[in-house]
Design a protein around this ligand. Structure first.
Ligand code: NAP
Length: 441
């Protein structure tokens, strides 16, 4: 029997579990740990609440969680409630699928002003992640700056721009819906340090910005390269740029019909944030491209802002005892292997914790399957040990008085969230751990 522990119940964790089940069949026991009493990580707390079709993938993960030899072990903080060394002593392989839940810093003066957030915080707020649910951003001002030109920037812009009616069918949490209903934001700038050809926005997501009820996109024609230059782009990027071109072609009357503007500001690097009680101004430096990189030109300008959300990528959270690549912001690893010690088995990472915050949910599938293959090969080189696996963890949890939440418990929490849903919404999420635990009991 092989005992596997996976830390993190998001996409990377589940695809790895699915692959391990296929590889080892009945000869494996898999425990999937999570810090929260609720599973699915990024699917629940990262994917935008109005992108329910993407969230539907959790049904596939449910099937894995309900397999006889798989357990969900929620409400356990690895690194605090139980150490990496302890888990390595109990399981034949330990896989860290903990994602990248922290914001990369902009690293500019004024970043700590009130009403300046990273996207992990802001997305966590509207998605009801217990850590960020009480954040309470001030939406009473008119101008928001979103820094970065990736899909997360689009998520944040779209959520800030939508009407109450456009959230029908979403699982946006009620505190965020209430705040957004009362929002005064009418000018949203999406600020990129490079140009239209270098955006990291995918066509479908960018297209949604052109279809909002009360918001119109604004792209300045003068920012766009000559149309012929698009021919050199790969097809997906060309489609995205085609959206930018169609936004630039909107006439003033079409834009004036909508009270909210989403303006794309290209070739501008954030230099400093100013304000007293809350952020009031952003200073930007014009950039130009040199060998594909943005270089400051020395020309600076300031714009008034009342809210800033930087959407410039994420970092994995360190866990004591796990080597960390500080520059890349993820665990130090080779193709997913962090350490392999005779007798102690392997320590691995997968998904964003392995490769950094890139790719779609689906990218984690081949990642999980490749890691399972590596683990299988590593294990083949060593006879099964005498690890205690889950029985050993249960004894340790009992000794420490850990309040472990299992998958059946989650199903009770899930049922309570579904029952509490407002009309047209799939669920009303619990946004603090105590409420989740109470719903289980
Ligand atoms: P991303 O795609 O890597 O985009 C990050 C953006 O931030 C880029 O425009 C980047 O510009 C910019 N940036 C980085 N450092 C910066 C700095 N110091 N100053 C100014 N700008 C900076 O990251 P993301 O938007 O966080 O998304 C993460 C992953 O999740 C991506 O793979 C994304 O596609 C995926 N995702 C998918 C969906 C969806 O499919 N619906 C939704 C959300 C997220 P440079 O290019 O110049 O570095």
């Amino acid at each position: 029997m092989r005992h596997i522990a996976i830390v993190g119940s998001g996409p990377a964790g589940y695809y790895t579990a699915e692959a391990m089940l296929k590889a080892f069949g009945d000869d494996v026991r898999i425990d999937i740990f999570d810090l929260l009493p609720v599973p699915f990580g990024l699917i629940r707390s990262g994917v935008a609440p109005d992108h329910q079709s993407i969230k539907a993938v959790s049904r596939r993960y449910e099937k894995v969680a309900l397999a006889e030899n798989v357990r969900f072990v929620g409400n356990v903080a690895v690194g605090r409630d139980v150490t990496i060394e302890e888990l390595r002593g109990l399981y034949d392989a330990l896989v860290l699928a903990t994602g990248a839940p922290r914001d990369r810093a902009l690293g500019i003066p004024g970043e700590d002003h009130h009403n300046v957030f990273g996207s992990a915080e802001f997305v966590g707020w509207y998605n009801g992640h217990p850590q960020f649910a009480r954040m309470d951003p001030d939406l009473s001002g008119k101008r928001a700056a979103i820094i970065g030109m990736g899909n997360v920037a689009l998520d944040v812009a779209r959520i800030l721009a939508k009407t109450h009616g456009e959230f029908t069918g979403s699982d946006i949490v009620k505190h965020a819906l209430k705040a957004l209903n009362a929002s005064n934001i009418e000018h949203i700038m999406i600020i990129g340090r490079r140009g239209p050809h270098q955006i990291a926005m995918t066509p479908k997501e960018l297209g949604e910005i052109g279809e909002l009820e009360r918001a119109a996109p604004l792209v300045h024609q003068t920012d766009l390269p000559e149309p012929e230059a698009d021919e050199a782009l790969e097809p997906g990027q060309r489609k995205s740029v085609a959206h930018l071109r169609s936004f630039a072609a909107l006439d003033d009357a079409a834009r004036a019909a909508k009270p909210v503007t989403i303006e794309f500001v290209f070739n501008a690097m954030s230099k400093e944030l100013y304000g007293s009680e809350r952020v009031e101004e952003i200073e930007l430096e014009r950039t130009r491209l040199v060998d594909g990189r943005s270089m400051g030109t020395g020309e600076t300008f300031r714009m008034p802002v009342d809210l800033v959300v930087s959407c410039i990528g994420y970092r994995t959270l360190r866990i004591p005892g796990v080597p960390f690549d500080e520059e890349a912001g993820r665990f130090a690893n080779e193709e997913g292997r962090i350490a392999l010690d005779p007798g102690l088995g392997g320590l691995y990472c997968v998904g964003w914790a392995r490769r950094g915050p890139t790719g779609t949910i689906g990218t984690n599938r081949p990642d999980g399957y490749a890691l399972a293959q590596m683990i299988e090969a590593d294990m083949a080189a060593e006879a099964p040990g005498e690890k205690q696996g889950r029985a050993g963890f249960d004894a340790l949890a009992a000794e420490r008085g850990l309040d472990v939440v299992n998958f059946r418990d989650w199903q009770r929490i899930d049922a309570a969230e579904t029952a509490a849903a407002r009309e047209g919404s799939p669920r009303e999420k619990f946004v603090d751990v105590e409420a989740m635990i109470k719903a289980r009991d």
